[in-house]
Structure formats: C-alpha cells, structure tokens
Ligand binder design. Structure first.
Ligand code: FAD
Length: 291
C-alpha cells in the first residue's frame, strides 16, 4: 500500500484520478483509520488531505458561510461567525469528544454517508451545499441529495469535498439541534434532529427540518416542514406531536419501539430550541415570545 501526502489540491486530485476506487482519502482519520485497521477497506493508496492549504479556509462572505474540506470541528467551534449559529454549536458540543473534534471534519462526516451523522444532519437543516472537485472540474451538490444509502454517497472516487457552504441564518431565523443517545457523551445518536426556522409576526413562516438515524440516510422532513408553516409555537407543538414524521422510516431493530415513541418529542425539542434562538435574537416579541 502506498501512502501519499500531497502538498497541493491539484496533486491530490491527480492521485485520485490515477487510483480511482483503489484510493482511500484520509482527512481527520477518525472513521477512515478505523476502517483500515478493522479491514473494512483495503486500498492500494492512502491520500492524506488534512494539511492541504486549499482546504483550510473558514469564514463568511455576502452572508454565505464557507468551510474548507479539511476544517476540523474544533476550528468550527472557535469561529466567531459560527458561534452565532446555535444549532450548529449544540451539534458540535454533542459530537464525539474533544479529541475527536480536534481532528474530525464536517467533510468527513458527509463523505462517510452514515445516517447517524450529527454534523450532516445539522448541515442539512442549514441548507448546506458541498463543492466537489476533480481533476479538470468541479460540481455542487445540496444536502441531503448527496446521501445515496447507508454509508453510500454520490461522491465519485475521483472527487474531493473542497468546500461546504450554507446561507448564514438571518436575524429572524433560529436554529436548533437535538441528539438522543444512550450516553450523553461519546455516543452515536439514536435520533438526530436539526431545525432552521424563520419567525415573523409571531408565526413560523417556514423552515428546514432534518432527521438522522431514523431512515437509511440523513433526510429532510418535508412532512414536518409542511406542518409547522404559518403556526405559532403552541400550534407547532400540537402539530408535531400529532404523529411521527413521515420520513422516519424505522427498520426493525432493538431500538425501533423507542424511536417510534421518541422521534416526535425530539422534533418538538429541536423546533423549540430554534424558536428560542429566534426569540433571543429579537425576532419574536410579546406573548408569542413566551416559551
Ligand atoms: C470515538 C468516536 C466517536 C465519534 N462520535 C461521533 C459522533 O458523536 N457523531 C458523529 O456524527 N460522528 C462521530 N464519529 C465519527 C467521525 O468522527 C465523524 O464522522 C467525522 O466527522 C469524520 O471526519 P474525519 O475528518 O475524521 O474523516 P475521515 O475518517 O478521514 O474520513 C471519513 C470518510 O470520508 C472520506 N473523506 C474525508 N474527507 C473527505 C473529503 N474532503 N472529500 C471526500 N471524501 C472525504 C474518507 O475517504 C472516508 O471514507 C465518532 C468517531 C469515533 C472514532
């Protein structure tokens, strides 16, 4: 097995073009190294990308947040613009451990394609897009369209996620994230919910709601999005608790019964957190601001 540590993006893309599906991209390595040591993958070449200078940028331009493909969770946590996106901050706080966040990346979370993926779930609610580069070109894909099945994505072996982008939430938008897991820290989520809602005149005028760990992939819940539009917080609570989201398609497992019972509560909690965020930003006043 060859090990490559390219010094430029172009060099990395050239290697991926050469080795195709026989290459393994290693970023923070928190998933990829386990896959290697446990024999789940047997690549001919490892392409280590964590230090590529082209993948390190983080910032916001014209109210659009961008994260390079090798930006770690700990850098996201420390970023002053992202610190105002409360749902994302909660997601990072609950993700893994400080050690995992020091090397793990949002790009790696997306590219792994797991359904119980915290950051992919929150970025889906934030309406994120990824930029995929290959030798000689690039394309964009929205989340969750990139997720093709359990641990499968639409990312080609010759491609790298070079950038993740999402629109910075406006002053009248709030974000929330909820993770139910067996242990509070260092555990894979059993139910994940991300929410981004717009609140105007005391009602939710629209929003994006994403679910993780309750379907084959991270999904958007158009069902919940439809149920909350035009409603006050109290009406949202009633509408959400009425039935579990149509997109929560639960497979037979030890946790199925628990998930069936708990998923509506998790969605409600995420929406309440997003509403609270909007209240604190000043989008909701008067009696509608009472939680
Ligand atoms: C102890 C432990 C706890 C964890 N806890 C959580 C948790 O709470 N929540 C959670 O969601 N995950 C958790 N994880 C999983 C993991 O940390 C995350 O999925 C992390 O985001 C992966 O990022 P990485 O940079 O380490 O990716 P890597 O491990 O380097 O790569 C993961 C996959 O993505 C591909 N890849 C990486 N970067 C790119 C890129 N830029 N372009 C194209 N392909 C790429 C790799 O080829 C590989 O297939 C945990 C893992 C461990 C070991």
């Amino acid at each position: 097995m060859e090990f490559y540590k390219p010094s430029t993006l172009q060099e990395a893309l050239k290697l991926l073009n050469k080795y195709g599906e026989n290459a393994l991209v290693v970023n923070g390595g928190t998933d990829a190294v386990l896959d290697l040591t446990e024999g789940r993958v047997r690549p001919e070449a490892i392409v280590y990308i964590a230090d590529l200078p082209e993948l390190q940028s983080i910032g916001c331009e014209d109210r659009r947040v961008f994260l390079g493909g090798a930006v770690t969770y700990s850098r996201m946590e420390a970023d002053p613009v992202l610190s105002g996106v409360r749902g994302l901050m909660e997601c990072l706080r609950r993700l893994g451990s400080p050690t995992i966040r020091e090397s793990g990346t949002a790009a790696g979370n997306i590219a792994k394609g797991a359904t119980a993926a915290d950051c992919s779930t929150m970025l889906t609610a934030l309406r994120a897009e990824i930029v995929l580069a290959r030798e000689g070109g690039q394309r964009r894909m929205a989340l969750p369209d990139v997720f093709a099945g359990p641990f499968r994505t639409a990312i080609e072996p010759q491609e790298l996620i070079t950038r993740i982008e999402f629109p910075l939430p406006e002053e009248n938008e709030g974000t929330g994230f909820v993770k139910y897991s067996r242990r509070r820290m260092q555990d894979i989520g059993k139910i994940l919910v991300g929410a981004r809602i717009c609140v105007q005149g005391g009602v939710c005028t629209g929003g994006t709601v994403s679910l993780g760990a309750v379907n084959r992939t991270v999904v958007r819940s158009l069902d919940i999005e439809g149920r909350i539009a035009g409603k006050t917080l109290e009406e949202i609570r009633e509408a959400v608790r009425a039935a579990r989201p149509a997109e929560a398609v639960l497979r037979d497992s030890y946790f199925r019964h628990y998930k069936e019972l708990a998923v509506s509560g998790a969605v409600c909690e995420a929406l309440e957190a997003a509403w609270k965020d909007a209240v604190q930003k000043g989008a909701v006043q008067g009696k509608e601001a009472v939680l």
